[in-house]
Design a protein around this ligand. Structure first.
Ligand SMILES: Cc1ncc(COP(=O)(O)O)c(C=O)c1O
Length: 379
C-alpha cells in the first residue's frame, strides 16, 4: 500500500475564494491580506498580525524591526530547519546555538541561560513539531536580561502549554504557510506581535521600506510615497490570503483529525524497544509525527520505508552538522551533542488531516519491517 507523507486539503472553498480575488482589483497588499491578518490575530488572541512572504522572511523582518544587526547575538536551537538560524545570518547578526531538552527536542532554557552575554539581543525559540517551548521560563530569562523573545512558530499555530498558547508570551511569533504546514498558501508567512510600533515597522519593512502600500495609494488624488528605510520585497499577496482564509474555518476539525492519528501512532508504538517517541508537554499542533530509531540505523530505515512506499522525512539533521555551518563555523557534532543525537536518529512518519487510519497501521508495519531489516544488515 502506498502511504503518502502529506496531502494538502485545498479544494472548492479555496478555488472560490481565489476566483473572487481574481475578479477584484487588488492582487497583493489589498483587502484580503488585511482580512486574513485580522482573522488570524483573532484566532491567536494576539493584537496584531502582519502577513509576509514566508516564515524565513518573517524572522528576518522581525529581527530587523527589533534593530538587531551586526555585533548582536541571537540564541537559538540547532534542532530546527536551517531557516531559523539562516534568518540571523541574513540580518548580519551572530547566531549562538544552545542544546535541546533530550525528551522533547526543544531548546533548553538552562542551556540558553549559560550562553547569554552582553551582546545577546534576543532568544529565538522553535515550537518543535507543534509542541510549545517552555515559554514562561524563556519569558523570565528574556525579561531578566532585557532581551527580545521570538517564537519560530512554523510548526505551531494551535499549540498550548500550561494555558499559554502560541504568540502569547513572545514579542513576536512567526508562522509559515509553506506547502506542508497546517494551513498553506504554497509559500507564505505571518508575524504576530503585541506592539503597535513594531507592527507598523514590519508593514514598512515587508514593502521595501516605503511609506505607503498599494491600497493606501489607491483612490483620491495622487500622493507621493517615500522610502524611509531599506526594506525587503516580502509581502503577503491577496491570492495567498484568499487561499488561507477558508482554511481558518477548518483548523479545529483538522487538528482533531491529526490528533486522533497521532494517538493511534503512539498507541501502536508505545513500549516499542527500538522506537523513541517525543515526550508530550501540552496541546500540540501536531504538525509532524516524529520518532527516533537506534543509533546508526536511521538512514537504512529511511530506505526501508521508501522501498515499502511509505513517505517519510527527516526533521531535522541538526543545523550545526550541515555542510555550510560546519565550513563557516568549524562545528563538530559534539558541540551540541543532544541535538546531534536527535538529528542522527529522527524520522517523520506520514501525517495529514483525513489520512486513513489504515495508513497509520501500514506505516507502523513498514517501520517495524524496516528496523528489523536495518538491524540484520548492521549485525
Ligand atoms: C521550524 C521552521 N522554521 C522556519 C521555516 C521556514 O519556513 P518558510 O518556508 O515559510 O520560510 C520552517 C519551514 O519548514 C520550519 O520548519
Amino acid at each position: 500500500m502506498k502511504v503518502d507523507f502529506f496531502r494538502h486539503t485545498l479544494g472548492r472553498d479555496e478555488l472560490e475564494s481565489v476566483k473572487a480575488t481574481l475578479d477584484s482589483l487588488f492582487l497583493t497588499l489589498g483587502p484580503r491580506v488585511g482580512k486574513f491578518e485580522e482573522r488570524f490575530a483573532e484566532r491567536l488572541g494576539v493584537p496584531y498580525v502582519v502577513g509576509c512572504s514566508s516564515c524565513t522572511m518573517g524572522l528576518t523582518l522581525t529581527m530587523r524591526g527589533m534593530d538587531i544587526g551586526p555585533g548582536d547575538e541571537v540564541i537559538t536551537t540547532p534542532m530546527t530547519f536551517c531557516a531559523t538560524s539562516n534568518a540571523i545570518q541574513h540580518i548580519g547578526a551572530t547566531h549562538v546555538f544552545a542544546d535541546i531538552d533530550p525528551k522533547t527536542g526543544i531548546l533548553d532554557p538552562e542551556k540558553v541561560k549559560a550562553k547569554i552575554t552582553d551582546r545577546t539581543k534576543a532568544i529565538s525559540v522553535v515550537h518543535l513539531y507543534g509542541q510549545l517551548a517552555p515559554m514562561e521560563a524563556f519569558r523570565k530569562l528574556a525579561d531578566e536580561h532585557g532581551l527580545y523573545l521570538i517564537e519560530d512558530a512554523a510548526h505551531a499555530v494551535e499549540s498550548e502549554r500550561n494555558g499559554i498558547s502560541t504568540g502569547k508570551l513572545g514579542d513576536a511569533a512567526v508562522f509559515s504557510f509553506y506547502a506542508t504546514k497546517v494551513i498553506t498558501s504554497g509559500d507564505g508567512g505571518a508575524i504576530a506581535v503585541h506592539d503597535e510600533g513594531l507592527r507598523d515597522r514590519l508593514k514598512r519593512l515587508r514593502n521595501h521600506g516605503v511609506s505607503k502600500d498599494a491600497a493606501a495609494r489607491h483612490g483620491g488624488l495622487y500622493q507621493h510615497w517615500d522610502m524611509l528605510e531599506l526594506g525587503y520585497k516580502a509581502a503577503m499577496t491577496d491570492v495567498e490570503a484568499a487561499l488561507l482564509l477558508p482554511q481558518l474555518d477548518r483548523m479545529d476539525e483538522q487538528l482533531q483529525s491529526r490528533t486522533a492519528l497521532v494517538e493511534r501512532y503512539e498507541q501502536k508504538l508505545a513500549g516499542h524497544p527500538d522506537v523513541a517517541l517525543v515526550e508530550r508537554t501540552g496541546i500540540s499542533g501536531h504538525h509532524l509525527q516524529t520518532v527516533r530509531v537506534p543509533h546508526g540505523l536511521r538512514d537504512a530505515v529511511l530506505l526501508g520505508l521508501g522501498k515499502r512506499e511509505v513517505g517519510c522525512a527527516v526533521n531535522y539533521r541538526a543545523v550545526h552538522t550541515l555542510h555550510w555551518y560546519r565550513e563557516q563555523f568549524g562545528y563538530t557534532p559534539d558541540d551540541f551533542p543532544i541535538a546531534a543525537d536527535w538529528g542522527d536518529r529522527t524520522i517523520s512518519l506520514p501525517l495529514y488531516p483525513g489520512m486513513p487510519e489504515s495508513h497509520v497501521d501500514a506505516a507502523v508495519d513498514a517501520l517495524d519491517a524496516a528496523i528489523a531489516e536495518a538491524k540484520a544488515e548492521a549485525a
